[in-house]
Ligand binder design. Structure first.
Ligand SMILES: Cc1ncc(COP(=O)(O)O)c(C=O)c1O
Length: 335
């Protein structure tokens, strides 16, 4: 489909890559992509959807510039990406930082967060810390209005929007290719301000993502991926798939705890990124080398934490997991 449309889009005599962002054809793509996201993620009608450039990293400047100065903001930090967000937010406005070790997440969520009410009109969280493999899916337990970086788990489970003020995600992990970031914003957060235009949430929303040239091709691929997800069974389907896939991999690794360490306690384990280390570090290089020989790519842990990281994004189906496990079994049996 993409190949064909790169050559010619809808017999219009031009490629999808040449399509003007002001054309009716692009407007149709944009509208359909928003409808798809609304259906897929069950987005209530008082939220607006924006497609932006600059990745999730741009949001670290965009968001603090668009929250009223008289509102208080805190950052819950449970890993690398949340820490980077805090570092940028604090350059722009006053922020309260709440550092949580992975062992404290369960108590934090289950004991209620009322004690943070005075200092937090909005709390930023990273629902899935991609590098450490730490996930908070039950963020509805937090009493504050949330701003959520969902870059590495959007579209992989259902949640309730009741305490979500703003959710954003780069499309490239679960929903498409690099180049577009999806922002979903509750209307009460959208206010007039004097920001330069690409930092001005209200202006961007008023112009429906075409205040300037949006990443048209990335939005088009997002439309195709969300079409496919809806046809396949929606978020319910991908949630079941990720429950099954992650359970299979974690259970397998638990059987080999003589050889590996799973550093994240069960409560906070990510279903998207499974991180483990070999007790004997020497095995790591040979594991990665042999996996590459079987065309299993991208399982080396992030350079900041080392170890192995198995990513189970929405495009990874049961047969891919079976293939991986077959390899892992043969590797572990030889240790
Ligand atoms: C959770 C999370 N937030 C932010 C980022 C940064 O995204 P970008 O490179 O699109 O700015 C990443 C990248 O992997 C991520 O996983």
């Amino acid at each position: 489909m993409v190949e064909k449309n790169i050559l010619e889009y809808k017999a219009e005599g031009i490629s999808i890559l040449e399509l003007s962002h002001r054309s009716n054809s692009f407007q149709e793509i944009l509208d359909k992509t928003k409808d798809n996201l609304q259906q897929l993620l069950d987005i209530p009608s008082n939220y607006r959807i924006l497609f932006l450039q600059g990745g999730a990293t741009f949001q670290n400047a965009f968001i603090p510039h668009n929250i009223d100065d008289n509102k208080s903001l805190s950052n819950l930090v449970t890993g690398t990406w949340g820490a980077k967000t805090y570092e940028d937010f604090v350059k722009i406005r006053k922020i309260q930082k709440i550092d949580l070790d992975v062992s404290q997440i369960k108590d934090f969520l289950e004991q209620g967060t009322d004690k943070y009410s005075d200092m937090t009109d909005y709390m930023h969280i990273t629902s899935n810390e991609t590098i450490e493999g730490v996930q908070i899916r039950n963020f509805n337990l937090i009493n504050q209005n949330l701003i959520i970086d969902s870059s590495s788990d959007i579209g992989s489970y259902k949640f309730d929007w009741n305490n979500v003020a703003y959710l954003y995600a780069g499309a490239q992990k679960n929903l498409g290719i690099p180049g577009v970031t999806i922002s979903i914003i509750r209307e009460d957060l959208i206010n007039e301000n004097q920001n330069p235009i690409y930092l001005n949430l209200k202006k961007l929303v008023d112009k429906d993502s075409i205040l300037n040239t949006p990443p048209t091709f990335s939005i088009y691929v997002l439309k195709l991926v969300t079409d496919w997800m809806l046809e396949t069974g929606g978020v319910d389907y991908f949630e079941q798939q990720s429950i099954q896939n992650s359970k299979t991999v974690y259970s397998f690794l638990e059987n080999y705890e003589d050889h590996v360490v799973l550093p994240i306690p069960e409560y906070s384990r990510s279903r998207m990124n499974i991180v483990f280390k070999f007790k004997n570090e020497m095995n790591e290089d040979s594991f990665i080398k042999k996996s590459l020989e079987r065309n299993i790519i991208g399982i080396k842990g992030h350079r900041s934490v080392g170890g192995i990281r198995v990513s189970l994004y929405n495009s990874i189906d049961k047969s891919s997991v079976e293939y991986l496990l077959e390899f892992m079994k043969s590797f572990f049996e030889e240790l």
